[in-house]
Structure formats: structure tokens, C-alpha cells
Write a protein that binds this ligand. Structure first.
Ligand code: XIL
Length: 348
């Protein structure tokens, strides 16, 4: 059995009115089927999110069909362990992350109507199936382009005649289909240098939602951090972004926390310390916002982290961006997060 420190992260967070949880996969080492990982998740987490199993690529094998088998396994595991569930995501609005059939899909002679029907039907079908078993949805994921802050286009948005119309429809349909569920716009703009245009685009999108009355409750901040933390000037810029977001009356979630250590020297002790100090600096700032009430890690154990494949180190050493190492031992970053939670001001 994996050793998990006591009290658990979710217990420490809960004492401050915060939920802590993680992404989990449907199959393989990073899944709930791995008994060792399942035990760790059950002890540490009060909320789960499917790493891939609710995405269009997973549940829409063809234009006319849905396949919920893999996600249902995760939902059942969460229920058995009395964990809440987030839905990720009703629309990952990038061509690369749409199902392949979408690229050549024939939207017919009235493409805008057909695209709107497809979007609405997708949201309605998922929401109807899970009702209030899902407490919060990333309705839309990553539709702002980091290069210039403009909105991404996909076959669906082109058929619809614009990204704004598509995104608004997704949120409006979700509100109707799941009136009591938190609706989130989720994206990866972050505090490192080079994110200014991305942040600006996200602010513009959030302003637009408020102007048009689009029902969006919260901003999901993915938080795939890069260690070490940026300098004080960049941290202040980030704080200004956060201030602007909460001034528009959005709640905040940290939806996909992990730390990218690719640029750090390979020595494990020093790498782990830098990952921990980056985390502490970030959470001290983020937890100062009472609007932040949910913190989810994008996986708990290094061996199963998407970072191993997405961003391998040049020296091929294992990435160490999760709270637990591959032997299921908690790392300094775990203690740093626990301390940040325990020193946070209680949410009202
Ligand atoms: C990633 C998964 O972790 C990978 O397994 C998959 O191959 C690609 O997607 N932002 C998101 C997540 O919103 O859905 C991504 O998850 C990581 C980046």
C-alpha cells in the first residue's frame, strides 16, 4: 500500500473550505483499475476528473453515436468512494482534439443549424446522463490562442459561422440541461513570461460572456506550472490578471496542477526543492483569492503523468512534476501544497 501522509490533502483543504482532487484515467497505470493508485486517490482526494474519457475523441466514435463505457467506470469509482466528479470537457475547441471524423463531416445545406444541433445535442446528452453526479463542467476548454489571444476555429465553429456563437451555445445549453451545476471556461494561460497575449484574450472572452449574458460561473486555470517560478514582475502581472478575473465576478478553480521540470538541473534533491518552492509561491498567491475553492492535480504519481510523454526532458530523466514519485512516495511538493492549504484563510 502507498504511504499517504495524515491528515490527507483533502482533509487539510476541506478544513479551509477547499476541495482537493485529481485527474484519473480509465485504463492503465494511471487509472482507478490500478489498486495502488485507487487507494491513494481514495485517501487523498475528494473530487475526481477524467483525464481523457469525457472528451469528444473518447465518447463520440462517430457523428451519431456516444460511448460512455470508459467514463462510466470512472464515475462508478468516484461514487463508490464518495468523491465528487468534474466533467472535462464538453468542448475542447481545437481541431487537433476533435474526433477525426469531424474534419470531413458534411454539415449539409444549412451548416449553421446542423452544427448548432450537434453541439446542443452533445451537451444535452452528456448532462442528461450524469445529472448532478457531476458538480462542475469545463464546458469549453482552450478556445483562446496563446499566440495572439484570438479565438480558435474548428470544423464545428466554421460550420456554425463563428467561435463566439458556438461557445455561447455550449454554455447556454449546459445551463438549461444542468441548471445547478457549475459552468467553467478552462484554459492554460499562466504566470510565466510569454503568456501576456493569451491572458489578454482570455480576459476579452470573459468580458464578452458577461456582456452577452452567457452563463459562465468560473475560470478554470489549468496550472501546468513551469519551474522555477517567474520573477516578481511577472508574478505581479499575474496578480493583475487574477484581480481582473475576480472583478468580473468569476469564481476560480485550479483544474490541472502539475509542475514542468524540464529546464531544471537533473539532480533529484534540488529538482524536487525547486518544484516545491515554485508550488508554494504559486499557491500562496492563488489561495489568497477566496474565490478559489477547488484544486485538482493532473495526476498524482510521476510514472503516469502526461508530462512524461508530452514534454520529456532532453536527458531522458523522468519528469518529477506530480505530488508522488513513481514509488508512490510523497515528495517535497506534497508537503509544500499541504502547508499552503493549512496556512490558507478559510473560505466563507
Ligand atoms: C491531456 C492528457 O493528459 C493526455 O493523456 C492526452 O493525450 C492529451 O490531453 N490541457 C487539458 C487536458 O485540458 O485535457 C490535457 O490532457 C492536458 C492539457
Amino acid at each position: 500500500m502507498a504511504v499517504t501522509p495524515s491528515p490527507s490533502l483533502s482533509a487539510i483543504a476541506a478544513a479551509k473550505g477547499i476541495r482537493f482532487g485529481s485527474a484519473v484515467a480509465g485504463w492503465g497505470g494511471g487509472s482507478w483499475r490500478n489498486a495502488k493508485l485507487a487507494g491513494l486517490l481514495a485517501r487523498e482526494c475528494s473530487i475526481l476528473v477524467a483525464e481523457n474519457e469525457m472528451k469528444w475523441q473518447a465518447i463520440r466514435p462517430s457523428p451519431d453515436t456516444f460511448d460512455f463505457a470508459a467514463f462510466d467506470g470512472i464515475a462508478a469509482f468516484a461514487a463508490q468512494n464518495r468523491m465528487k466528479l468534474r466533467g472535462h470537457t464538453l468542448l475542447w475547441h481545437r481541431p487537433k482534439w476533435m474526433p477525426r471524423w469531424m474534419e470531413s463531416h458534411d454539415f449539409g445545406s444549412q451548416p449553421a443549424t446542423a452544427a448548432a444541433a450537434m453541439m446542443a445535442n452533445h451537451v444535452e446528452t452528456v448532462c442528461a446522463r450524469y445529472k448532478d453526479r457531476i458538480v462542475s463542467y469545463d464546458v469549453v476548454n482552450e478556445t483562446v490562442l496563446p499566440e495572439d489571444g484570438s479565438l480558435a476555429e474548428t470544423a464545428l465553429s466554421k460550420a456554425m459561422g463563428g467561435t463566439e456563437a458556438l461557445v455561447d451555445l455550449a454554455f447556454r445549453t449546459a445551463r438549461k440541461a444542468a441548471p445547478c451545476v457549475e459552468l467553467v471556461y478552462n484554459d492554460y494561460m499562466s504566470w510565466e513570461p510569454g503568456n501576456a497575449l493569451h491572458r489578454k484574450g482570455v480576459l476579452r472572452l470573459l468580458e464578452g460572456f458577461r456582456k452577452r449574458g452567457t452563463p459562465v460561473d468560473a475560470l478554470g486555470i489549468q496550472s501546468h506550472l513551469i519551474a522555477p517560478a517567474p520573477d516578481a514582475a511577472h508574478q505581479r502581472e499575474w496578480q493583475r490578471f487574477m484581480d481582473d478575473v475576480v472583478a468580473m465576478d468569476y469564481r476560480i478553480l485550479i483544474t490541472e496542477f502539475d509542475v514542468r521540470d524540464r529546464d531544471l538541473p537533473v539532480d533529484i534533491a534540488s529538482r524536487d526543492q525547486t518544484v516545491a518552492s515554485t508550488t508554494r509561491a504559486y499557491f500562496d498567491m492563488m489561495l489568497s483569492y477566496p474565490q478559489l475553492r477547488d484544486v485538482l492535480a493532473w495526476g498524482m504519481v510521476d510514472a503516469y503523468s502526461w508530462l512524461q510523454g508530452y514534454e520529456p526532458r532532453a536527458d531522458r530523466a523522468e519528469a518529477r512534476g506530480c505530488l508522488y514519485d513513481s514509488a508512490f512516495q510523497p515528495k517535497p511538493v506534497h508537503a509544500a501544497l499541504a502547508r499552503a492549504f493549512s496556512e490558507a484563510t478559510p473560505r466563507g
